[in-house]
Design a protein. Structure first.
Length: 240
């Protein structure tokens, strides 16, 4: 569907893994802006500071622990470098749990009838996050889409590390999909060196069993290695 003056309303086609980079409210704002621009005979521009085009970036690292435990806190981190020759206008990341039908990042939609809010968290984002590594205070501004977080301009050759500190609250096996973009305008796109959208998927298993610990030779209480923890869990499951 196209708005008046050929202003396209969708903020990018729906990406695989179910991530969408625009909310209905932002699309409605685009329609209102387009209507005003057409009535005045001008070309509307919601994002005047975001030069249209493709911006080449490289995801240098993407980490999120595969095995987690309810009530424990973990960091999801993405490091992205601008490998192009011009500044990325507004680096942003959209996060989704594929197939979970939630309008929130790190959440799912409950099918239970009669609940006051069907949106249920799998992870709760800690106060002050997301943020850029090495900065104080919250650094990831929210957008009209509550699954998308902005982190600002990235000059050519520089990299940024974006961190979400979260606490697991729902046991189970989950997938966390993420996609990086260069701006909120549908005409501003981030691509990797192959021309594809920079995106990925984490697979996570959240256990409701507490982390097992031991006392090491220095007298410190330390967690058991993940393989030992998992072996104990399997033995307990088989004995039930």
């Amino acid at each position: 569907m196209e708005a008046p003056c050929n202003v396209r309303l969708g903020l990018r086609e729906a990406r695989r893994k179910g991530i969408r980079l625009a909310a209905v409210s932002l699309a409605a704002a685009a329609l209102a802006t387009a209507a005003i621009g057409c009535s005045s005979g001008g070309e509307p521009n919601q994002f005047p500071d975001q030069q249209p085009g493709k911006y080449t970036v490289e995801v240098e690292s993407a980490t999120f622990p595969e095995k987690q435990t309810v009530a424990e806190t973990y960091d999801m981190a993405l490091t992205v470098r601008n490998v192009g020759d011009r500044a990325v206008p507004d680096i942003n990341v959209s996060i989704d749990l594929p197939g979970r039908d939630s309008t929130l990042a790190f959440a799912y939609r409950s099918e239970q009838e009669g609940v006051a809010s069907p949106q249920r968290p799998v992870w709760v984002v800690e106060e002050g996050y997301p943020k850029l590594a090495g900065t104080e205070g919250r650094g990831g501004a929210g957008t009209a889409s509550r699954r998308t977080f902005q982190f600002g301009t990235v000059p050519p050759g520089e990299s940024v590390t974006m961190i979400w500190r979260v606490t697991a609250v729902q046991p189970g096996v989950e997938e966390v999909a993420w996609i990086v973009d260069a701006g909120l305008s549908p005409e501003v796109r981030a691509v990797d060196r192959t021309g594809a959208p920079p995106e990925g998927l984490f697979g996570v298993r959240i256990s409701n069993r507490p982390t097992l610990t031991r006392v090491n030779e220095e007298g410190e209480v330390v967690p058991l290695p993940p393989d030992v923890q998992r072996r104990v869990e399997i033995e307990e499951e088989n004995s039930d």
